[in-house]
Design a protein around this ligand. Structure first.
Ligand SMILES: *Cc1c(COP(=O)(O)O)cnc(C)c1O
Length: 320
């Protein structure tokens, strides 16, 4: 009648419910874990890892486009900065991590890839509550490139809702440490879906706009760009927008961005490694300006993708 689970010493334990069925629906890709390169479906960690139990982890995501990493150095800077702030150590230096990331991509064969490096606190052999006794665990993987916005949304602009959820304040977690504390963002997403929007923006502790699930936000008013300054992850794509604006002679500042300023903007876009620069044309069911993707956004999108072939901004992967 009831299922049994075999224990290592072969004593059967009664099953309390249906076994979790592994759907084997892993994306095609290659992971590096515990010194080995593995298919994604075999890259698994202990449920006792603090990364899983306490979100005690940091990570970074870089992308490969046309077989080239985009601004990998900046992602490595941010990742190693996070490790240091969280007092984590890994057995690889920058060159070692670079080599592992290259190998994951080359072995996966993907010419457009989403590449993640991460470190969890790990677990201690005694299940100690002292984080210093945990053995930190470094992992990396390369899967097909994914975007916050699909092709249709990139063309017509995203429909976004502003949730009243407040981003975890910087006094609690330094937002420069890229982290998995996403419950505020996920709750914001459900608010957005309930209101018929496609994604969410949430607020900072002062009630200004902060960021969304994995992306920063910009608005354009009278030809000038602004983006929230505090309580947000300093995105590499956000930084890239500043660099492109400097090249183009456009004014861009990091400052407070009120909800009203966002609604009254001429153009709004979001930025993420997962998708680049992505237009927003509707906020809380109201159009931004005339509801079309604006000229500054279109220009920056074009420049952003052009830079992916530039050896100053990108480095090639050598595939087998
Ligand atoms: C990763 C991330 C971003 C975007 O950063 P990029 O470096 O541009 O990908 C923005 N906000 C949060 C919370 C993030 O985790």
């Amino acid at each position: 009648m009831s299922q049994t689970i075999a224990t290592p010493d072969a004593k059967p334990l009664p099953a309390l419910g249906a076994l979790h069925i592994d759907p084997h629906s892993y994306p095609e890709g290659v992971a590096f874990l515990d010194g080995q390169y593995l298919p994604m479906s075999q890259a698994k960690i202990s449920v006792l890892d603090w990364g899983f139990l306490h979100s005690d982890a940091t990570y970074d995501t870089v992308h490969v486009w046309n077989g080239r990493f985009f601004r990998l150095d900046l992602h490595l800077d941010r990742f190693f900065g996070g490790l240091e702030k969280l007092r984590m150590t890994i057995p690889f230096d920058r060159d070692g991590v670079t080599e592992i990331l290259h190998n994951c991509v080359a072995l996966s064969g993907h010419r457009a890839a989403y590449v993640e490096m991460l470190c969890t606190r790990g677990a201690s052999p005694t299940f100690s509550r002292d984080p210093r006794q945990a053995v930190n665990r470094f992992m990396a993987f390369a899967v097909p490139f994914g975007s916050v916005a699909n092709a249709e949304q990139l063309q017509r602009g995203l429909r976004v809702a502003i949730s009243d959820k407040v981003r975890i304040p910087p006094a609690s977690i330094d937002p420069a440490i890229k982290n998995y504390h996403w419950l505020d963002l996920v709750r914001g997403l459900y608010d957005a879906y309930d209101r018929g929007a496609e994604t969410a923006l949430i607020l900072d502790f002062n009630g200004n706009v902060a960021e969304g699930p994995g992306f920063n936000v910009f608005c354009v008013k009278d030809g000038k760009l602004s983006t929230p300054a505090i309580g947000v992850l300093p995105g590499i794509t956000r930084r890239t927008v500043f660099d492109l604006c400097a090249e183009e002679g456009l004014a861009a500042t990091a400052t407070d961005v009120s909800v009203a300023a966002l609604r009254e903007a001429d153009e709004v876009f979001i930025t993420s490694t997962a998708g680049g620069i992505m237009p927003v044309t509707e906020i809380d069911s109201a159009r931004i300006a005339d509801g079309n993707v604006g000229p500054v956004t279109s220009r920056l999108m074009a420049l952003y993708w052009q830079k992916h072939d530039d050896p100053v901004w990108s480095s090639s992967v050598s595939y087998p």
